[in-house]
Design a protein around this ligand. Structure first.
Ligand SMILES: *Cc1c(COP(=O)(O)O)cnc(C)c1O
Length: 406
């Protein structure tokens, strides 16, 4: 079963100030501070409250479909001819990815706080859809901030959000992408202090968001750990997940951090290569700075201007990363490796053909790394890949990459 954190554990952070070593914290305007402190107080109240946990478990089970399966990917294993590959099937969740885990946790927290208006930011629209979904379920109005560029290129998700009753507000500041949408959501929050809850989409932002998002996503790793022990009678040799802001990855990794024999690998978007600017590998090619209220690795130019980055997969092109990953990188506990657009696309096609599973392009990055390392591993070794989401949303992108029209 899941292990408690021990002294010298990798599972004890963040500290009282919200720091993971030199990363994290809350670098926010003074006007935002009372809201953050109020959120922290309520979070500390509910995080070990059995009633809160019971309500979350009930929704996770009957609404989202948890526990998600741990699937032995026999076709891929045979194809690669090395270690056994397992997929943690977050793609089978309601709304098609791990994002619902976090949204259910946070909407229950909002309810506890008596907040009745939900705001969220979204890039590709996946978190916007998951937020609009839980807001519909609880009958709360929901405003989703989305960069104007993203609104134009993600119209099916914009339509989904509207069907679910959310208002989508296009943000034209900056380049009209995710980081601009996040800034706008933070601005909305300070101007609507009384009734509004900011439902953040990944394990980033000011403390306590990285901690609470990790907590809600850790159900992935807690389940996977128990499932592999049940199935194989031992822990995996390697676990792999894709890192955008880092929520599905920290969710899988956290329960394994103190299992020192388990190798842990996070995959960043290598885009078209790390030598140019067309990637989103903040930990492999960025430097520490402050973005969205926390100190972390990010993509910035010599003047400290945040850069936009690029990935074939919209969910991976966040120019920062959750602060806990920055800390895990510097401590050496977790390795972070870039995967290129083309490698992810190959893994997408391979998985579709040999498993009959169309993975999200984000998840295909994690699979692509398994494709690289599994053949050289022994047949009795075990690799778990987090299948963070399903790829239905990506078929248009893939078609155009392949030069086809749908
Ligand atoms: C949003 C998303 C990601 C990236 O976000 P994280 O916070 O890094 O998990 C990865 N996979 C899928 C399917 C997503 O929708």
């Amino acid at each position: 079963m899941d292990q408690p954190a021990t002294p010298n554990s990798f599972r004890t952070g963040p500290d009282e100030q919200g720091m993971f070593g030199i990363f994290g914290g809350r670098f926010v305007a003074e006007t935002l501070m009372p809201l953050i402190l109020d959120l922290e107080r309520h979070w500390n109240e509910v995080k070990n409250d059995p009633d809160f946990r019971a309500e979350l478990t009930d929704l996770s089970t009957h609404y989202a479909g948890r526990p998600s399966k741990l699937y032995f990917a026999e076709g891929l294993t045979k194809h690669l001819g090395g270690a056994k590959v397992y997929f943690k099937r977050e793609d089978l969740n309601h709304t098609g990815s791990h994002k619902i885990n976090n949204c259910l946790g946070q909407i229950l927290l909002a309810k506890r706080m008596g907040k009745k208006r939900i705001i969220a930011e979204t890039g590709a629209g996946q978190h916007g859809v998951a937020s609009a979904t839980v807001a519909a379920r609880f009958g709360y109005p929901c405003v989703v901030y989305m960069g104007a560029t993203d609104v134009a290129r993600q119209s099916p998700n914009v339509f989904r959000m509207k069907l679910l009753g959310a208002e989508v507000r296009p943000v034209t500041a900056g380049h009209g992408t995710l980081k601009d949408a996040m800034n706008e959501a933070l601005r909305d929050w300070v101007t609507n202090v009384d009734d509004t809850y900011y439902l953040i989409g990944t394990a980033a932002g000011p403390h306590p968001y990285p901690e609470l998002v990790r907590d809600f996503q850790s159900v992935i790793g807690t389940e996977a750990r128990a499932q592999i022990l049940e199935r194989e009678g031992r822990l995996p040799d390697t676990i792999i997940a894709a890192v955008g802001g880092g929520s599905n990855a920290i969710g899988l990794f956290h329960p394994f951090l103190d299992d020192k024999d388990v190798r842990i690998i996070g995959i960043e978007a290598g885009g078209r290569g790390l030598d140019g600017i067309e990637h989103c590998a903040s930990m492999n090619a960025g430097s520490p700075g402050v973005l969205h209220g926390n100190r972390t690795y990010l993509l910035q130019n010599a003047d400290g201007q945040i850069m936009d980055g690029h990935s074939i997969s919209a969910g991976l092109d966040y120019p920062g990363v959750g602060p806990e990953h920055s800390w895990l990188r510097d401590t050496g506990r977790v390795e972070y490796v870039p995967i290129l657009d083309d490698e992810a696309l190959e893994a997408f096609k391979l998985t579709t053909r040999v498993e009959g599973i169309i993975p999200a392009l984000e998840s295909a990055h994690a699979i692509a790394h398994a494709v690289q390392i599994v053949p050289a591993m022994d047949k009795d070794q075990i690799v778990i890949v987090n299948l963070s989401g399903r790829g239905d949303k990506d078929v248009h992108t893939v078609a155009s990459m392949l030069g086809m029209e749908i």
